[in-house]
Design a protein around this ligand. Structure first.
Ligand code: DGY
Length: 321
């Protein structure tokens, strides 16, 4: 890479991150924060040494094959890398990095908010107050599900899952988890390990999804797996929409099999399945898991630390391909 490499930055980034980019690189910024189509991204990447994309960009095998030879690195501003075909990048010798760790606290906050919002009917209540339709208080008014003391199942006990478990303990929840491998007892901190999701689901009053999106986890939450949950369970997803089969989740919310769902991520964002909007037992957020000032700065700095390492010929800390 050149001394001041050219970096195509696909979205507007926090000011401090763009300042550092300007100081150390030749950035091609996107001040209007316009979404680039794949064709436009490829066009803008001509002559660039690196890309700094977000999860909103499609870096499929087809797009990667069309990137100019000048591109040596893709330093993602995201922990999730399901938008990048890692094998295709590897095949072209393009280094790919992500931004783990720095968004775990913020995302865990949103997962807790989804649990609380869904269980305590936050959307319904807020709509009522805003619409000026709140008329009375009564013992049977807007009664929801208590979170405190319930059994929480976590699918994917990685960085975010572990923080969710810690926060949930603050609500006296009994934590259970499923992952490909069991953590050491010190990390588990009393959480109960389940080898399969079939074993985990029947005990989940609340289910929180934190596994990565990949072919093996696509539609992991489907008609069959939802049937294994206790009646009246609450499902929350702050990971990726593709892990959930929308039709199955919507059917279960309609039938009352599930009491509620809290969602921050969706299939085909932002054109989500409209049925989610019509249901009263959904608490819906617009993919803001990592959206705090602290975290967005930290994500940008982490992406730049990775680029700095690549530029210096060192192994980047967060290499995923
Ligand atoms: C991530 O980092 O993967 C978040 O979903 C935001 O992109």
């Amino acid at each position: 890479m050149k001394d001041k490499p050219t970096v195509l930055v696909t979205r507007r980034l926090p000011q401090a991150v763009e300042d550092r980019l300007r100081r150390d690189y030749e950035p091609r910024l996107n001040p209007e924060d316009r979404f680039y189509s794949s064709d436009e991204l490829i066009e803008r990447a001509q002559g660039a040494d690196a890309l700094l994309p977000c999860h909103t960009e499609d870096l499929s095998a087809e797009v990667i094959a069309r990137l100019p030879d000048s591109v040596r690195a893709i330093a993602n501003f995201s922990v999730g890398v399901d938008h990048v075909d890692l094998e295709a990048a590897k095949a072209r010798g393009i280094i790919v990095t992500n931004t783990p760790d720095v968004l775990s606290d913020a995302t865990a906050e949103i997962a807790m908010m989804l649990m609380l919002g869904a269980a305590r009917r936050a959307s319904e209540g807020e709509r009522l107050v805003r619409a000026g339709e709140w008329r009375t208080w009564s013992p049977t008014f807007m009664v929801g599900i208590q979170v405190t003391g319930k059994r929480l199942g976590i699918i994917g006990m990685g960085r975010v899952g572990l923080v969710v478990a810690r926060r949930a303990r603050g609500f006296d929840m009994e934590v259970h988890y499923q992952d490909v491998r069991r953590h050491a007892a010190s990390l588990e901190a009393g959480a109960v390990y389940h080898e399969t999701i079939e074993d985990l689901l029947p005990i989940c009053d609340f289910l929180s999804i934190h596994c990565p999106a990949m072919p093996q986890t696509r539609h992991l939450i489907n008609e069959k797996t939802i049937a294994l949950l206790p009646d009246g369970a609450v499902v929350v997803n702050a990971a990726r929409g593709t892990i959930v089969d929308d039709e199955a989740l919507i059917a279960a919310l309609r039938s009352g099999k599930l009491a509620a769902a809290g969602l921050d991520v969706y299939n085909n964002e932002p054109d989500i399945n409209p049925a989610y909007r019509e249901l009263t037992n959904t608490f819906l957020l617009p993919h803001i898991g990592s959206a705090t000032r602290e975290t967005r700065d930290a994500m940008g700095f982490r992406a730049l630390d990775n680029l700095d390492a690549i530029r210096a010929g060192r192994e980047p800390r967060d290499r995923v391909a």
